[in-house]
Design a protein around this ligand. Structure first.
Ligand code: GDP
Length: 606
């Protein structure tokens, strides 16, 4: 066992600040992390997209070393900096800790060539909502035309090396972006010109490719937090800890990755975490961290600790963590705590989510990777524009049992025999079972995509039902036979008619109320101006062919069973009305529905 490779206690007893990175897609968030980490996660991942949550710990020495050129003689009071890898703001919403944001400070990345973009503004709103401090990294300065690379140089030094043209372009773009921030109600200024830190947000120009401005950014983060957040960063004995991810690790079983925000965790501590089936009370078997400067989720050997002080990203192994829920708090049971109280506290987060399940018991099943993303998804499904009821929720990969649960819904309503899986894996066995039972599983990493898929599926089902129902749905019509337009009297009957009311549709069974409701067959075709059509409407004069469906109907003959003055009417029934209502509600206008009601009376349908 390695001795405690934990941050040394700082003189003022501060913990490391926690920082996250936000901003519009492609502004260079991942690249910036790589750059400060000196690793290359981005290129190792398909499409450079990072969807997981990781944390990297930067010891103070590392920061001191990298910022020495700034000659600030960084008097670091914090033991280090913990950077959370937050691609976009979806995971930011997961990073809650007792209702407030988990991060002490954020880096808002803006592409100097693009300025403020839609997700920049969304990020800004989230930061405002959570009251989270931030600095702006004005990234990709190396893309200014004619930029001379000064690898890892402080920005002022790098800027001095540039031609007047480059400096001018930089200033012009900077001014524009400061104006854009102003339009969002925020004052911003280059950090080294910023005299009113706190009221005016600081901008650090950076290049994640060649490293200019990175020392400035690191120093600013540390200095700013240790100066203004002393209270928040003061080390406390009260454990504040959030579960980021639940995962199975070979040789360790199910583990949880947590961010310890404050306090200290010990091997052997009794802990309570929120679980799908209730609170999980267990004991910390091992406290593991990756080696410094390596990201938490990169595979490799771990360092074991007897105890760990905040702030730190930690992997915890313990028994019974299989059903732990990411995005919830971890609680330590102290000797004078009432276990039941701690359990209640741990389940608090889950309760708010449970309350969103549809009381009717009918709805889709929803599954997400963390409590935060589940909450976001439920919120979205509930919004009036979407309005998809939810009958069950789960967190983590989709297993066979989840498919079984969803299949129960198939009998109630086929379309709800569905799992919407957000940012989670589906096990092969679950897929197989779903196929067998007819449960549909939709997966996506973006909420809107899930919705689009589900909507397309529902539309498709509706169409399918319509096709199935087409034979049984009867559109209402009242037809008057036109004189001199009796083209064939029998088998088939071919007549010119005036549509007095409703819709004459191919397939409609026709009867003659004035002649004891005799059935004469179904409309086999409709011709309007010699062109075949599927339907014709009130006011049109068309030729119709009526074909008897059985030998009795085939006997019916114009001039014998009915005459020119007898109206032809759709033969509707209770069932046909129900099918029409269920599948064609929008295909009939108000008058046509009124006709259905009228025919209902005529046919004495209850
Ligand atoms: P993210 O979506 O915000 O995580 O953006 P990435 O880090 O994936 O970067 C998007 C693209 O911009 C990639 O092709 C990066 O190589 C590139 N990029 C990121 N930072 C810089 C930078 O400072 N300068 C230049 N020239 N390209 C950058």
């Amino acid at each position: 066992l390695n001795s405690d490779e934990v941050p040394k206690q700082s003189e003022e007893n501060l913990r490391s600040p926690i920082c996250c990175i936000m901003g519009h897609v492609d502004t260079g968030k991942t690249k910036l992390l790589d750059c400060i980490r000196g690793t290359n996660v981005q290129e190792g991942e398909a499409g450079g997209i990072t969807q997981q949550i990781g944390a990297t710990y930067f010891p103070a020495e590392n920061i001191r070393d990298r910022t020495k050129e700034l000659k600030a003689d960084a008097k670091l009071k914090v033991p280090g900096l913990l950077v959370i890898d937050t691609p976009g703001h979806e995971s930011f919403t997961n990073l809650r800790s007792r209702g407030s944001g988990l991060c002490d400070i954020a880096i808002l990345v803006v592409d100097i060539m693009h300025g403020l973009e839609p997700q920049t503004i969304e990020s800004l709103n989230l930061l405002k909502m959570r009251n989270t401090e931030f600095i702006v990294a004005l990234n990709k300065v190396d893309r200014l035309y004619g930029w001379k690379t000064c690898r890892n140089a402080p920005i002022v030094k790098a800027m001095k090396q540039q031609t007047k043209d480059v400096q001018n372009e930089f200033n012009m773009r900077l001014t524009q972006i400061i104006t854009q921030f102003k339009e969002q109600g925020l004052n911003t200024e280059l950090y080294y010109k910023n005299k009113e830190m706190g009221e005016t947000y600081s901008i650090v120009p950076t290049s994640a490719i060649s490293g200019e401005g990175i020392p400035d950014m690191l120093l600013l983060l540390v200095q700013w937090t240790q100066k203004t957040m002393v209270e928040k960063l003061t080390y406390s004995n009260e454990v504040q800890c959030t579960v980021l991810e639940v995962k199975v690790v070979e040789g360790h079983g199910t583990t949880i990755d947590v961010v310890l925000v404050n306090g200290v965790l010990h091997e052997g501590d009794q802990i309570v975490v929120c679980g799908m089936q209730g609170p999980i009370v267990t004991t910390i078997r091992a406290l593991l961290t990756p080696h410094p400067m390596k990201e938490l989720r990169v595979k490799g050997t771990y360092v074991h600790h007897k105890k760990i002080k905040a702030a730190m990203g930690i992997k915890i192994t313990a028994q019974g963590l299989e059903h732990a829920i990411a995005g919830t708090g971890l609680y330590v049971v102290k000797s004078d705590d009432d276990l039941e109280d701690v359990k209640d506290a741990a389940m608090e987060d889950m309760k708010s989510v449970m309350n969103r399940i549809d009381k009717s018991g009918e709805g889709v099943c929803v599954q997400a990777s963390t409590l935060g993303s589940l909450e976001a998804l439920l919120e979205f499904l509930k919004s009036p524009a979407v309005n998809i009821p939810v009958s069950g929720i789960s967190i983590g990969p989709v297993h066979k049992k989840d498919v079984m649960k969803a299949s129960v819904m198939l009998e109630k309503r086929k379309e709800y025999g569905t799992i919407l899986a957000f940012d989670v894996k589906v096990t092969p066995e679950a897929r197989e079972l779903a196929e067998e039972l007819g449960v549909t599983i939709f997966t996506a990493d973006i909420i809107y995509h899930l919705f689009d898929q589900f909507k397309a599926y529902i539309d498709n089902l509706k169409e399918e039902k319509k096709r199935e129902a087409a034979d049984e749905a009867v559109f209402p019509c009242v037809l008057k036979i036109l004189p001199n337009c009796i083209f064939n009297k029998k088998d088939p009957i071919v007549l010119g008619v005036d549509i007095l009311e409703g819709i004459a549709k191919v397939g409609t069974p026709i009867c003659i109320p004035s002649r004891d409701f005799i059935d004469i067959g179904r409309i086999a075709s409709v011709e309007n101006n010699h062109k075949p059509v599927d339907t014709a409407k009130k006011g049109q004069k068309v030729a119709i062919k009526i074909v008897g469906s059985n030998s009795e109907e085939q006997q019916k003959m114009f001039g014998r069973h009915f005459e020119i003055d007898d109206e032809l009417v759709s033969h509707i029934s209770r069932k046909s009305i129900d099918i029409l209502k269920a599948n064609y509600r929008d295909d009939l206008n108000m008058d046509e529905w009124k006709l259905v009601v009228k025919l209902k009376t005529l046919f004495k349908i209850q």
